[in-house]
Design a protein around this ligand. Sequence first.
Ligand code: BTN
Length: 333
Amino acid sequence: MSYTSFDNIGLVKVLAFFQTHDSEYLSGQDLSDVLKISRVAVWKHIKKIQKLGYKIESKQKLGYRLISNTEKLLPWEITQNLKTKIIGKRVYYFEEIDSTQNFAQKIASDKKENGTIIIAQKQTSGRGRLDRKWTSPKGGIWCSLIIHPKFDVSSSTLVPIAAAVALSKSIERSLGIKTTVKWPNDITMNGKKVAGMLVDASFQAAMIEYMILGIGINFDIDTKKVEKKISNTPNFYGIDSLRKKRDKTPPKFLLKEFLVQFEKILSQLNKGEKSKIVKEWTKRAEGIGKKITINTSNGRISGISKGIDNEGALKLKTNKELMRIFVGDIVLN
Ligand code: BTN
């Protein structure tokens, strides 16, 4: 099943009425009168709303009352009061999909999709960096964001760095957890991975046609189950899940905060404020000034990490030289 932010108008109307009157019982007749739809239509919408995970209580003679909202990242939950101008204004939501990156690629060049987010509850062929598999069960936040940037190609390598800063900030704001950024695109908590990012892009000469930022957040997943599947993949260093048992923070709080923070940092990138972004990243980074080993396509290289430059390359001081590394994994630190 899939939903978008530009359909299901009737259902959204009924739901919005419940959400704005959540301490009252509403009768089918009242809803039908106010919303100017038949009682049968009201009833059908209520059934569907319940199926989507919203708890609606029904009491004889009194009517219906909304008890709690769903955890699903449904389009109208994302767009409601979203404080951005472009990012996240159009939403596609899939209960199951192969990969949100694949879907995004099909629509990304259309002008109206600038800022669009594609969200999945579950992915069957989730993709990680360097064509690795990304296990994406229910409970995570799996999404792809389409952007049509104004900046030129030379700034494009900073997009995942900017996104990592925005995500780390949003995790702190929504869940109160301090995380660390790990080059190139990981977010870690106590040395374990809690989120990863990748970018697919289409260039036309020196211009960027579009970029698709793929974000995978282990929000509330069964880490033991996932670890069993991925513990022998390259660059595995342990995973953790962000939301702990007693925490009831809904995932939409984190995702919406991320969309706001990402739009802010994108505007810095548009203004050419690269050093500001690198500084923010460095503040949250682990391992700078320490000895690290990196796996690259030319083998392993060890040296002292000197942080990143304005293009997002890792500066590594080896015995011989100061190297700039664009692609690789930190394997020892
Ligand atoms: C990494 O290797 O760390 C990057 C992982 C990115 C995973 C996300 S989940 C949503 C989007 N769709 C995909 O297939 N991959 C990205």
